[in-house]
Design a protein around this ligand. Structure first.
Ligand code: UDP
Ligand code: MG
Length: 321
């Protein structure tokens, strides 16, 4: 019997939890049972303000394969994944990560388990090939983000990549060994390496409730991802600074020589202002980038806990580290 522990982060998901459980269990009873795969669920209530916790209490009371942990407040999906993985590595031979809104189709689990059990791959990753149902501007920005990430980093991060994965214990333990505060799990999955294979599917829309991500929170998420995995923006900044300084030096020589040869007409101040503004803009932008890195270091050195636990299920939720 192979034990598959599924980590499910939940934030204000009272409408989807039961549906997720029954849909996934139906597959567990049928296709997964045939393969001798047994499910365990580790739900993480990420400081929900609705009845998510009550639903989880009921589910855990009724089904012994369900355990949960509830945070003291909303710490974000990345923190929820960390807490879930810490619990899941203790009770699973294989570990899965899934969203509760059924956008990660449970019907893919049997195929993913088959691939994982061949022993060839440590991670079965999933990417969606379409973004049907998503606002076009969001899809466009997401595509640009993945393009930029593949240019700036050497992570295996593909367009449409989901957090949805089935992974080996050693893969999950490797992810957990990265103890950073600023966690960008998609990047961590790519960073730890190990043999990975990708499965593709067409996008499924959220079954109920609303997305937790606004456009701006996604933009922030994208910046966090870039800053967490590459210092290339700083290198580019240095290159821009050097180029602008060099151009300014040439311009200065040109202006001085021209003044010596032809006198010094007091013209051209608009172009001077424009150059000053351009240079100031570049400097301020640069300071912003440096400040962003600095803020991440600040949060990292404070070494605060990544999440705080308010309540856990009776089945004993335990963290490993
Ligand atoms: N989620 C979470 N904490 C948050 C935001 C989201 O645990 O602060 C969970 C959410 O309940 C869901 C998953 O992360 O299970 C993905 O969130 P969502 O569906 O809102 O994101 P989208 O699919 O729209 O990118
Ligand atoms: Mg979703």
């Amino acid at each position: 019997m192979t034990r598959l522990s599924i980590v499910v982060p939940c934030h204000n998901e009272e409408q989807t939890i039961e549906l997720f459980y029954t849909t996934t269990q139906a597959i567990a009873m049928d296709e997964l049972a045939q393969r001798e795969v047994e499910l365990r669920f580790v739900f993480v209530d990420d400081g929900s303000k609705d009845h998510t916790l009550i639903k989880l209490r009921e589910l855990a009371a009724a089904h012994e394969e369900v355990s949960y942990v509830s945070f003291s407040r909303n710490f974000g999906k990345e923190a929820a994944l960390l807490a879930g993985l810490q619990a899941a590595v203790q009770c699973g031979d294989l570990i899965a990560v899934m969203d509760v809104d059924l956008q990660d189709p449970p019907s893919l689990l049997p195929k993913m388990c088959d691939l994982a059990r061949t022993g060839e791959y440590d991670r079965i990753a999933v990417r969606r090939t379409s973004r049907k149902g998503e606002p076009p501007i969001r899809s466009w920005c997401a595509r640009r983000f993945y393009g930029l990430m593949s240019h700036l980093t050497d992570l295996d991060l593909r367009d449409g990549a989901r957090d949805f994965s089935v992974m080996s214990k050693r893969f999950a333990e490797a992810v957990l060994s990265c103890g950073e505060y600023n966690r960008f799990t998609k990047g961590l999955f790519g960073w730890v390496g190990y043999p990975t294979t990708w499965i593709e599917y067409t996008n499924v829309e959220r079954v109920a409730g609303e997305t937790n991500w606004s456009f701006w929170s996604l933009v922030r998420y994208a910046f966090d991802g870039i800053v967490a995995y590459t210092v290339k923006p700083l290198e580019m900044l240095m290159a821009i600074g050097a180029t602008v300084s060099l151009c300014a030096l040439f311009a200065l020589v040109f202006v001085v020589v021209r003044a010596l040869l032809f006198g010094d007409p007091v013209s051209g101040w608009p172009s001077l202002m424009a150059s000053i503004l351009l240079a100031t803009g570049i400097i301020t932008f640069g300071l912003g980038i440096i400040g962003f890195y600095l803020s991440k270091i600040y949060l990292e050195v404070k070494n605060r806990p990544i999440y705080l636990v308010k309540e856990t299920s009776k089945q004993g939720w335990q963290k490993t580290q």
